[in-house]
Design a protein around this ligand. Sequence first.
Ligand SMILES: Cc1ncc(COP(=O)(O)O)c(C=O)c1O
Ligand SMILES: N[C@@H](CCOP(=O)(O)O)C(=O)O
Length: 522
Amino acid sequence: MASSYLLQCPNFSTNLNLNLTSKPTTLKTTPSFLLIKAAASSPNNNTSTSTAKSNNIRDEARHQNLTNPQQIHNFSAKYVPFGADPATSTESYSLDDIVYRSQSGGLLDVHHDFSALKAFPGSYWRALFDSRVGKTTWPYGSGVWSKKEWVLPEISSDDIVSAFEGNSNLFWAERFGKQFLEMNDLWVKHCGISHTGSFKDLGMTVLVSQVNRLRKMNKPLFGVGCASTGDTSAALSAYCASAGIPSIVFLPANKISIAQLVQPIANGAFVLSIDTDFDGCMQLIREVTSELPIYLANSLNSLRLEGQKTAAIEILQQFDWEVPDWVIVPGGNLGNIYAFYKGFHMCKELGLVDKIPRLVCAQAANANPLYLYYKSAWKEFKAVKANSTFASAIQIGDPVSIDRAVYALKKSNGIVEEASEEELMDAMALADSTGMFICPHTGVAMTALMKLRKSGVICSSDRTVVVSTAHGLKFTQSKIDYHSNNIKEMACRYANPPVSVAADFGSVMDVLKKYLSKTPKY
Ligand SMILES: Cc1ncc(COP(=O)(O)O)c(C=O)c1O
Ligand SMILES: N[C@@H](CCOP(=O)(O)O)C(=O)O
């Protein structure tokens, strides 16, 4: 029989009245925020809770832990070999272990204790997550940590390193959808409107927080390192700098944008510019992190994906827990497509929604190993030598998460598309002309959308989300080249170069009259 249960959410100033089918035993303790509120409202209260004063949001979270040492939940997570059945597999590791690969050399996955999470109905989780949006309570003001129980349930809030990432804008692409695609329900999830300008912040807050915890536990970790096409290194160096942890980044020389390069430099990382491509840097960092006390921060480390998956949960939340038909994600090292799948899958498994969207992974044709694999009907995977692409952050030929990506695509009835250089640059220019300012990788995803609309796979009324993975301001040089008509063998059809004009009234008027006569809606 359904019983009405008064639920006090941490970081929620009013109580929620939820109908739970069974009363979860884990909520029998008095939530800490209630103790503090009661103490604060009673002038004669002489207990320690009444006198303790919090100076800032982290102190307040620490104080809540001290005044309420009883755990209000027993959620947990561990590493298991990717693809193994956790019920039968004997191999697993604590998240406090420093391990990136399974015994057989395969990938790992963070496995959550679903039976503990399932003690609460979907309505509980929806209400809890919704209650934390738009607040500054530590650490729940972050879009990632607002889902802490599903991310790193056992970490102390005190160890968390966060820039209140996530909660990114889900933009209704009204004009782009209507004008170019005959779509009414097209959305862009702006993951790049973020602390360091890309979705990597979502994963890095989790990874660096765990490193912070491990260092406090005296684990032998000097610092954290990554190979990068520019965004992972920017996020890593910012979160490490914020926590006072050394970061070391391996960058392929002359293959990332200036805006990306300057980020780790400014944040005090040890930056190695290496005369190879990203795949070469990735190989080197794997070797180095197995020899030195440097923790690996690339998405080979499955901790990262725990943070990145919250973008999927956030999309559902922003649609008031309605499930879109399609989600399109640009793919390079291929961790993110799996992270999206995992976020959607958890929401379904735990009863927040009843289905998941179909996923599309979009690759640059110049770096398309997943696309070729998909086109071979998943017969044979071959790494490729990635060629230069304007979508430089996905110039990756040997993606570490290939198995994760294939799993996500098969489970979501997914599709892989590709975009030529001209297609991705035109798509970026068209999107920008409707008020966006997207990066070339998002141009790859937009191209996939345009192709799938043209072929009728995506229908006019389908609710579709394109994931924008980085801020366009990181990639201004590609836009300058395009709008200057300065790209070899590219028509730059939508270029909009500035008009040079003499500094006198007559010249300016001549130019303007010509412009007005040619502009249709004037
Ligand atoms: C801006 C941007 N978009 C997309 C991607 C692709 O993400 P993933 O490597 O997880 O496939 C990356 C990094 O690889 C990136 O930096
Ligand atoms: N685009 C990435 C490439 C590395 O991906 P990761 O997710 O494995 O760190 C970058 O910006 O470096």
